[in-house]
Design a protein around this ligand. Sequence first.
Ligand code: UDP
Length: 337
Amino acid sequence: MSILVTGGLGYIGSHTVVELIQAGFSVHIVDDLSNTEEGVLDRILQITGTKPGFTRLDLKSESDLERLFEGHVFEGVIHFAASKSVGESATDPLLYYQNNILGLVNLIACMKKHGVPNIVFSSSCTVYGQPDVLPVTEQTPIKPAESPYGNTKKIGEDILRDSSRAYEGIHSIALRYFNPIGAHSSALIGEKPKGVPNNLMPYLMQVATGVREKLSVFGDDYDTPDGTAVRDYIHVVDLAKAHVIAVQRQLNKKQKTAYEYFNLGSGSGYSVLEIIQSFEKINGVKVNHEITARRAGDIEKIYADNTYATEELGWTAQLSLDDMMSSAWNWQLKLKD
Ligand code: UDP
């Protein structure tokens, strides 16, 4: 069974490729290397004993994608390739609509033409905005997006739903990720942002290693137990495993409807200060930090209700917050070498 993984050399993509190979799938990766490097292929080989197929390709090029589909037979697609910086999307929205929307449209057009029946899509809890009621279930209303990035996730889901409705044979599953962190236990793959990190964990770890001086904690006047914002952090390996289950559900023709969507979180909410404390405790390092103003567009608190994923996919998050903190740190220490 051959699965095409777009963005398969990125953070979540590479962890998913490892789990796919270990579950017996043959994997072909496409990646434009805009936010990663080709050396990740060798690290996947080191972990799994298998080097996946790889084509450097930009999904915006319909003709390159067409050539790829002409040369391979895929049973399914997992689509990670996308731009993901909320801030950058506000300053360059067209870049986001081109990369995230055009890429998806080209991909589904090729799937349709070549009879590839299944796609799993990286969506995000950003589609819920700040929910009125917590935890968030799949019935929680979608809110208008706060950023062009968030909008591309919402529109991406719409494209999947409409395509699966209209084109018989296209089955799609959107996975709404909460906050993926942590790294593979081998410390051979993990998150490696280019430039100044936007997200909490990569920034925190660069402060812990001394690359950056101080972590800014964005706001301590939220309506949360310690005043800092609350998120649902999920180990990237747990997340990767959910993709394998979603692919298997599609191949076994177990989807209830041609388009499905699931929340993937741990089900627990942690504040920014709790994350810092837990990192410091498990790894025995201090993280220099100070409270600063809120970050524009941030939501106050969100965490998932995983009931639907548990019932339908038989999936729950297995790895603890300590696992997330220690594996992330082990990876960061190796990166420094
Ligand atoms: N955060 C922070 N300092 C940083 C980066 C993030 O205090 O340098 C906070 C941010 O305000 C949010 C949480 O950490 O409450 C998670 O932020 P991240 O950007 O990782 O994810 P998202 O906001 O997309 O959930």
